[in-house]
Design a protein around this ligand. Structure first.
Ligand code: SAH
Length: 449
């Protein structure tokens, strides 16, 4: 990509995080870690009341309540990202991450024929850091994009995080418009003059030509857990521990649950018949989001880039909690810790139901190397003699790329229209009878032109 070296060559951002902090993909285990906080939280009281009234709840319901209950949910009223928070993510570690993703979107926009307008839609934008880095690349490649009408659409359930995103992206020179009752609950204009809108649900984002981004979003969506027993698959539920007051525990449903029926219908060929694992996690909400993305991309074009830690239908119990950069018992002090489960990329691909083509998952180290992270690092290192900044850049690179750190555990998956891979959207070379589509960046080795 000839524009790679030019993109963002001038700007070196302030240091992101003092390493090391904990990233969420590091561990997989649940329930048996020592309890770190035994206080009876408002969320615990709420859940105990609920379980006493209607019986044990599914792990998915537990996760949804704990993370996104509008009043007491973990995500709703706090900033959990970064050194002071509970975990750290790639965009918070190094500016290079967002810059290379910015290049990816531009490269896809060019390959698809440089539409006159596009929406950039991010699911779960955290602090808005990733979008900020992407927008900086868009500004620096302004000559390419100058005739393109870009708008930003942020899907975010957290009031607190949406405020932080607004601070990151806008200077509030133009005051934010707010309407809590509307599906578009906030509107503003970014520092570079791009309109930005906030939604709680992807369904409410206009169905226009869009590029979608989901980084560490799918791992917080609620999972159902199933255990193989001599009587067949049984769903894992959350109940009150009869032995210890104010404590929750996992139990197995005595018979088939509605979710089991749903899962059997949805993916029966996947497990219950041939499944060799004795424990599986299924995230129907992730399936719904993928179906929506696939439908939109097949109808209007564009692409989706999904990055998360996960597996290809091989892992078992990955449900875990994080608090203050430490593992946290998932059932202790609910509402005070993040809950997450590894993303099953094979399930995501299946849920696209052939409406779009999928690429990957490829490991983060491969994707970023294919996107030119080594060149970008060199450019940034050449720009500074400041030893502490140079060290931060090298540490950030190591954290993102090292297979023992985030390089292998995190994966990238792309969804693109079928015609993107077969060349119908691509401008035809005059001497060729058939159009030859350019490869999708990041999913093949970097080719310098
Ligand atoms: N993408 C960011 C933040 C990841 S944390 C980064 O990589 O740094 C997960 C994000 O998803 C948070 O912004 C959280 O508030 C948001 N989120 C969680 N559940 C959500 C849901 N159901 N719908 C929309 N956003 C959600």
């Amino acid at each position: 990509m000839s524009f790679l070296a030019a993109a963002g060559a001038r700007r070196l951002c302030a240091v992101r995080a003092v390493l090391p902090c904990l990233w969420r993909g590091k561990y997989f285990s649940s329930g048996n870690e020592p309890a770190e906080n035994n206080s009876v939280t408002p969320m615990l009281r709420h859940l105990m009341y609920k379980i006493k009234s209607t019986g044990p709840i599914t792990v998915a319901e537990y996760m949804k309540e704990v993370l996104t209950n509008p009043a007491k949910g973990y995500y709703m009223n706090r900033d959990m990202l970064g050194e002071e928070g509970d975990f750290i993510t790639s965009p918070e570690i190094s500016q290079m991450f967002g810059e290379l993703l910015g290049i990816w979107f531009i490269s896809e926009w060019i390959a698809a024929g440089k539409n006159a307008a596009f929406q950039l839609v991010e699911l779960g934008p955290g602090k808005g850091t990733l979008l900020g880095d992407i927008l900086r690349v868009f500004s620096q490649l302004g000559s390419l994009l100058k005739n393109c009408d870009i708008s930003l659409h942020l899907v975010e359930v957290s009031q607190k995080l949406s405020e932080i995103q607004a601070l990151t992206l806008t200077e509030e020179k133009v005051p934010l418009e707010r309407n809590a009752e509307s599906p578009v609950y906030m509107k503003g204009v970014t520092k570079s003059g791009i309109p930005v809108s906030w939604y709680r649900d992807l369904q409410d984002v206009p169905k226009e030509y869009s590029f979608y981004l989901a980084h560490e979003f799918f791992d917080v969506l609620p999972v159902h857990k199933f255990q193989k027993t001599p009587h067949g698959w049984r769903e894992v539920l959350v109940d009150i521990d009869p032995q210890v007051s104010d404590k929750l525990r996992f139990v197995l449903a005595p018979c088939a649950t509605p979710a089991e029926a749903f899962v059997q219908v949805g993916i029966s060929f996947f497990f219950f018949n041939d499944e060799t694992r004795d424990h599986v996690e299924v995230c129907p909400e992730a399936g719904v989001v993928i179906q929506e993305l696939s439908e939109r991309i097949s109808l209007t074009g564009g692409a989706a880039l999904i990055a998360d830690y996960g597996h290809d239908g091989t892992k078992t119990d990955t449900f875990r909690g994080f608090c203050g950069h430490r593992l946290h018992d998932v059932l202790t002090a609910p509402g005070t810790a993040d809950l997450t489960a590894d993303v099953d990329f094979s399930y995501l691909r299946r849920m696209s139901q052939g409406k779009v083509a999928s690429l990957g998952p490829v490991e983060q180290q491969t994707f970023l190397r294919n996107m030119g992270i080594d060149v970008r690092l060199k450019i940034l290192l050449d720009k500074t003699d400041e030893p502490s900044l140079r060290q931060q850049l090298l540490q950030g690179y190591n954290m993102l790329m090292n297979p023992m750190k985030m390089g292998e555990r995190f994966n990238f998956l792309a969804l693109v229209p079928h015609q993107r891979l077969h060349g119908r959207n691509h401008q035809t070379n005059a001497r060729q009878s058939k159009p030859s589509p350019s490869p999708v960046a990041g999913f093949g080795e970097l080719a310098w032109r």
